[in-house]
Design a binder for this molecule. Structure first.
Ligand code: GDP
Ligand code: MN
Length: 390
């Protein structure tokens, strides 16, 4: 689960991360009021959306007076911000964070991520801050330093100092850097985070280290024991179909193609998507309905896949082990009637109770395209889409 910048800053500040003074705003009036509350003579208005790259997309504006803050807020609120990371639909801006602007002399990149290979928290830092770290990793990998943390002892001060030296920080900032890194590490570990990213971490004109941006992501599987984190969830920032699926116990990932997939098992779902591609088609989604799928669950899966407006055909591929083909078949027939499906539906059933399943389909009179093998199912789906409908 992702959270907003202002939420991440509030959490990390409690652990000792230095941040600029700021406040949340839901209206231009509130944004203008924040400038008086915060004080100073320059402010930054920042769109709170679950995405990086806001600066380049017009979601970060530096303002010289209250009026400019009002205007910037008015401009951003209620719009969808399209960044390099959001996709073309963008994300709705319904909250702003107004901060006192900081005068910057240097920008750094700092992040903590879970390194699955070493099963440890990895600290990644670079003096090439404020920029796309992916770009730096590609064109200038020696500008990035990594340190892996031994979980039994946690981050050591000497390790944090090593990072500070590698970034070329001056003596008086080295201790501040240690504070910053320790704060991020403790927050990461205590709260079941999967990522903490400070980009940029800056040196101000008066020599202080300040986090100008902060991102945190958390392990969904640990949210049950992190009540204060799950409360920070903002569903308006999540993909509505993926969210709907998760709430119904289905794993769904939306893709760009036109062949909807209803499949049991993540491995089979991946293989089916590959087969569709191999046959010259494009899958519209990844969907694993899981084992032991009841007819209702299959119908729910149809409902979900049909909500994608790009769908031109649906491929149901079930290899029933724990599942039962007769139940799945019943679910398909129910869905065909309930949703009055007009697009071609290709069905391949195999495994437990396959004969009963086929019988249910045959007797229902539903217009389904039956396939015997995965290969055949994929090519029939692609042909159905190319043929322009049933
Ligand atoms: P992102 O684009 O979504 O990563 O948003 P950031 O919060 O990182 O802001 C983008 C860029 O705006 C930063 O890299 C900074 O260069 C700049 N910026 C943000 N806040 C300030 C500020 O207080 N002062 C100055 N001078 N620049 C800022
Ligand atoms: Mn940033």
């Amino acid at each position: 689960m992702d959270i907003h910048e202002y939420q991440a800053k509030a959490i990390l500040a409690e652990y000792g991360l230095p941040i600029a003074q700021g406040g949340l705003a839901y209206s231009p009036e509130q944004a203008a009021y924040r400038t008086r509350e915060i004080g100073g003579d320059k402010w930054v208005v920042k769109a709170q959306v679950h995405s990086g790259g806001r600066g380049k997309a017009g979601g970060v504006k530096i303002c010289a007076d209250e009026h400019e803050v009002w205007e910037a807020a008015d401009e951003m609120l209620g719009k969808r911000l399209v960044t390099q990371q959001t996709g073309p639909k963008g994300k709705m801006i319904s909250r702003l964070y107004v901060e006192e602007a900081t005068s910057i002399t240097a920008e750094f990149y700092l992040s903590l991520v879970l390194d699955r290979c070493s099963e440890r928290i990895m600290i990644v830092a670079s003096a090439a801050g404020g920029m796309d770290i992916e770009e730096v990793a590609k064109n200038n990998p020696q500008a990035i330093v990594n340190i892996s943390v031994e979980p039994a002892v946690g981050i050591q001060k000497f390790q944090a100092r090593e990072i500070a030296f590698a970034l070329g920080l001056k003596a008086k900032q080295v201790n501040q850097a240690v504070t910053v890194i320790e704060a991020c590490y403790r927050a990461f570990r205590d709260l079941d985070a999967t990522m903490v990213e400070i980009n940029p971490l800056v040196v101000t004109e008066d020599g202080r280290l300040v986090a100008l941006d902060a991102k945190m992501a958390f392990d969904d599987n640990a949210l049950f024991r992190r009540q204060q984190i799950s409360e920070l969830r903002d569903k308006s920032q999540e993909d509505p179909l993926e969210m709907k699926a998760a709430d119904r116990g289905l794993s769904y990932i939306g893709l760009d193609g036109n062949i909807g997939c209803i499949i049991n098992g993540a491995g089979l779902a991946m293989a089916t998507m590959d087969m569709i591609k191999d046959a010259g088609g494009e899958p519209a989604n990844f969907l694993d309905i899981g084992g032991g799928a009841s007819p209702e669950r299959v119908a729910k899966a149809f409902n979900l896949v049909l909500a994608d407006e790009n769908i031109e055909a649906i491929l149901v591929n079930i290899f029933a082990g724990i599942n039962r083909c007769d139940w799945v078949a019943e679910g398909i027939v129910q869905a065909m009637n309930k949703f009055e499906i007009k697009i071609p539906v290709i069905v391949r059933l195999s495994g437990t109770n396959v004969e009963e399943g086929r019988k249910i389909i045959a007797e229902s009179g539903a217009e389904l395209i039956i396939a015997e093998s995965l290969d055949e199912a994929a090519s029939k789906s692609v042909a159905a889409v190319a043929g322009g409908g049933a």
